[in-house]
Design a protein around this ligand. Structure first.
Ligand code: FES
Length: 158
């Protein structure tokens, strides 16, 4: 079985964060974020690693990781595009962005492109409704988007 360990840099970040949180329950989310930052997803091996680090059981880590939709529970593409599908974005053209990804990259929400480059998600409101339609690109918000701007972004990643 593969094992997971933090990189030296992430181990240092973990040790720093440990000082900020009162107990291992509070450390669970920061720890999951660190794992996802490192691997792009939360593997079963990483859940066991976190459990050992925080003196929890693996199922306790699993419960938290599966509760929040922002944690990837399987490997995703290098570029994660999360298109907001909620009202403001939907009215301003989110479906066109999703259709563009299907027509040009060949992926629908929840899918990763064959070359492993792109992963598309359709997510609930990301709290940037004033900039609709918007999506997050590897976690960075891109507001007031259009099919043309998305096309430019995708082409720049190829
Ligand atoms: S509706 Fe899209 S960010 Fe709120």
């Amino acid at each position: 079985m593969k094992t997971f360990v933090f990189t030296k840099e992430n181990e240092e970040k973990f040790q720093e964060q440990l000082k900020k949180y009162p107990n291992s329950d509070a450390m669970m989310l920061p720890c999951l974020w660190l794992v996802q930052e490192q691997e792009n997803w939360i593997s079963p091996e990483a859940m066991i690693f976190i459990a050992n680090k925080l003196k929890k059981t693996p199922i306790q880590v699993y419960e938290v990781a599966t509760f929040y939709t922002m944690f990837n529970l399987k490997p995703i593409g290098t570029y994660h595009i999360e298109v907001c599908k909620t009202l403001s974005c939907m009215l301003m053209g989110a479906n066109d962005l999703i259709k563009f990804m299907k027509d040009t990259v060949g992926i629908e929400p929840g899918q990763t492109s064959e070359d492993g480059k792109f992963h598309l998600s359709a997510v609930e409101c990301l709290g940037a409704c004033g900039g609709a339609p918007m999506f997050a690109f590897n976690g960075v918000y891109k507001e007031n988007q259009s099919v043309e701007s998305l096309k430019k972004l995708v082409e720049g990643c190829k």
